[in-house]
Structures are given as structure tokens and as C-alpha cells.
Design a protein around this ligand. Structure first.
Ligand SMILES: Nc1ncnc2c1ncn2[C@@H]1O[C@H](COP(=O)(O)OP(=O)(O)OP(=O)(O)O)[C@@H](O)[C@H]1O
Ligand code: SF4
Ligand SMILES: [Mg+2]
Length: 323
């Protein structure tokens, strides 16, 4: 399980701090596909970096922590922010945004696989035996083992992305984080990648966290999702509930702007832009775009809380049905 405990993080710049993750507090459960959605620049990738513990200058955690815990091979493990990297590949792995660039273009894929497998997992195997395991894993995923002999630049974008996902899942980690895994790929390839990710999650019964600005991706494969706005979650809950009955004004506008089959009406985007993260306004960060905003909204930050069982949102004007 991944527990995110009142986490805030910012980028330190010479012009001041950019508060990109603001008091984010939620849990990602075992054996679920959890989606993180939101407009460009709202902090999705930064949040994922903090989950994977790549917190390097200029990024800094200001408050809170991330806890990764679970069981593997019959053993319990628990790591906090600052230690999670000890469990990279084995217990948690990460497919970064623009992942194509994580592969070294001039190193054959087989070397990149061998480098990523920790020594203790290679046991007493010869290199040939390890590569045979990798090759059979690739075949299981519908990839030709020939890709191991290839340089990344020789593969198509879709093949490279599949190879990266294979690399990230080879050690069957408990948690896989994937940042925009289908962006920049054509629709058919996108569908193949989403099928691959879902199949892997079903096979390993692990946790898959998918970041995507594409609501269609969340609709297709996630079980629960969180909607981010300007550094915080504004709504979180089961994906079908969010699509069928959004409760936060931002989510309502986001869902209302999606095209639907058979609906010929003109869809308009959400007018306005999110506030600058350097000097965000006090109060609700959505206030400048919210049709329901009042003076209270412009002054007080709404608390992110459970509104209905399993459904969370941050808005002053939502009554909680949960005690
Ligand atoms: N290294 C950095 N230094 C300063 N600011 C940064 C840095 N990296 C990102 N930011 C800022 O942090 C904010 C959030 O960026 P982030 O990449 O997390 O957003 P995102 O939701 O993933 O966006 P996208 O959908 O475009 O990928 C943006 O305003 C961005 O400009
Ligand atoms: S707190 Fe106010 S501004 Fe923010 S979403 Fe709710 S009604 Fe809109
Ligand atoms: Mg991003």
C-alpha cells in the first residue's frame, strides 16, 4: 500500500518557491488501478516523483511523507520517503513521462535489462540464464525477444514503450507508477499499451498508478481516481462514480466538457486558467473559475474530506454525509 500523509512539495527557484504539491493526503490500495488526472501543470508528475522518492534539487518535500508498505516473498516491508529508493525495481517501479528518453539510445536493450536487475535477484545465474528469463517474460507480454539485441532507436515508439513497461514490471514489483504511458502514441498503439498494463496488473495483482491528462484513459482502466487541481486533489473516489455523478464543481465542468457518443452539442472547455503556483491566491484555488465562488471561497481553503462513503472532495459547499 502507498500512504501519502499530508504531503507538500515545492521547487526552489531564485524567484521563490513554487508550491506544486499542497497538502495531499490519501491512500492507494493494494491490487487496484489508481488514476491521477488533471490539467497540464497541476502537479501530477511532481506528485508521482515524490511517490517514487526522486526528490532532488530543486524539488523539496516541505511537509508530510510517503509510506510504501506491503509483503513480498512472505516478508513484510515498509519504507518512508527518503528510503523508498532502496526498494526500486523490486517493490516499486516507475515509467516516467516521456519515458522513451530513459532508455540509453546507444546501449542494447539486453544490457539495460541486465543493469536494472539487482544482483540478489540474479541469484547464482549466468548472464545467459538471466537473459533467458527476460526473453521468456517478453514473450509472455507478446514482445519478440529479438528486441533485446536492438538499440532503442531501432524500435517504434510503441515497441519502446512496451519494452520500458516490461523493464519496469520484470521484477514483479508491488507498485508500478506510470506517468502518461500512452501520450504521444497513436490511438491503436495506445489501446495496446493500456491492455498490456491492465493484463499485467491482473496477473501480478499489484497496484498500478496511472497519471494521465486524458480522462478517456481513466474511464477505460482505472478503478479509483483522483482529480488534481493546482497542486491538490479536489475530488477522489471510484472512477465510475466520478464519471456518473461528479461532486466537485471542477470535476463537474471537466466531465461536462467531455464529448459523448451521439451528443452533437458544442462542448466548451473550462474558461480561464489555473492560478500561478508561485503566489497562489488564498482560499480555494479554483475560485477564479468556479461559478459558485463566494467571498468565503476566496478567503478560506476548503478541507479535502469524505463527502459520501469512499468519495472525497474539497469544497465549502458540499455537505458531508459521513460522520
Ligand atoms: N524543475 C522544475 N523547476 C521549477 N518548476 C518546475 C520544475 N518542474 C516542474 N515545475 C513546475 O511545476 C508545475 C507542475 O509540473 P508537473 O510537471 O508536475 O505538472 P503535470 O501535471 O505533470 O503537467 P503535464 O500534464 O504537462 O505533464 C508546473 O508549473 C511546472 O512548471
Ligand atoms: S470552495 Fe467555492 S470556489 Fe472552491 S469549488 Fe467550492 S464553491 Fe467553488
Ligand atoms: Mg506531467
Amino acid at each position: 500500500m502507498l500512504k501519502i500523509d499530508h504531503l507538500s512539495a515545492s521547487y526552489k527557484t531564485i524567484d521563490g518557491d513554487i508550491h506544486v504539491v499542497k497538502d495531499v493526503d490519501f491512500e492507494i490500495r493494494d491490487n487496484e488501478i489508481f488514476g491521477i488526472a488533471g490539467e497540464s501543470g497541476c502537479g501530477k508528475s511532481t506528485l508521482l516523483k515524490t511517490l517514487y522518492d526522486i526528490v532532488e534539487f530543486p524539488l523539496q518535500i516541505d511537509q508530510g511523507k510517503v509510506i510504501l508498505s506491503g509483503t513480498k516473498n512472505g516478508k513484510e516491508f515498509s519504507f518512508e520517503s527518503g528510503q523508498i529508493r532502496k526498494s526500486w525495481w523490486n517493490q516499486i517501479s516507475y515509467v516516467p513521462q516521456a519515458a522513451q528518453s530513459v532508455l540509453n539510445p546507444i546501449v542494447r536493450l539486453k544490457e539495460q535489462f541486465l543493469d536494472s536487475i539487482p544482483a540478489e535477484d540474479k541469484k547464482n545465474e549466468t548472464e545467459k540464464e538471466t537473459l533467458a528469463r527476460v526473453a521468456s517474460y517478453l514473450e509472455e507480454l507478446g514482445l519478440s525477444p529479438d528486441v533485446l539485441e536492438a538499440f532503442p532507436f531501432q524500435l517504434s515508439g510503441g515497441m519502446r514503450q512496451r519494452a520500458i513497461i516490461a523493464l519496469a514490471t520484470f521484477m514483479s514489483p508491488n507498485v508500478v507508477l506510470a506517468d502518461e504511458p500512452t501520450t504521444a502514441l497513436d490511438v491503436v498503439v495506445q489501446r495496446g499499451i493500456l491492455m498490456m498494463l491492465t493484463r499485467l496488473q491482473q496477473q501480478f495483482k499489484n497496484t498500478l498508478v496511472i497519471v494521465s491528462h486524458d480522462m478517456g484513459v481513466h474511464y477505460q482502466i482505472t478503478n479509483r481516481m483522483g482529480i488534481m487541481y493546482s497542486g491538490s486533489f479536489v475530488e477522489l473516489g471510484p472512477t465510475t462514480d466520478i464519471f456518473d455523478d461528479p461532486i466537485h464543481p471542477y470535476t463537474k465542468m471537466l466531465i461536462g466538457a467531455l464529448p459523448r457518443v451521439g451528443d452533437k452539442s458544442q462542448k466548451v472547455g473550462i474558461p480561464g486558467r489555473p492560478p500561478a503556483l508561485k503566489n497562489p491566491p488564498p482560499g480555494c484555488r479554483f475560485a477564479a473559475r468556479c461559478p459558485m465562488a463566494t467571498d468565503k471561497c476566496r478567503q478560506d481553503v476548503p478541507v479535502f474530506r469524505e463527502i459520501k462513503p469512499g468519495r472525497y472532495a474539497a469544497c465549502h459547499y458540499l455537505e458531508s454525509e459521513v460522520n
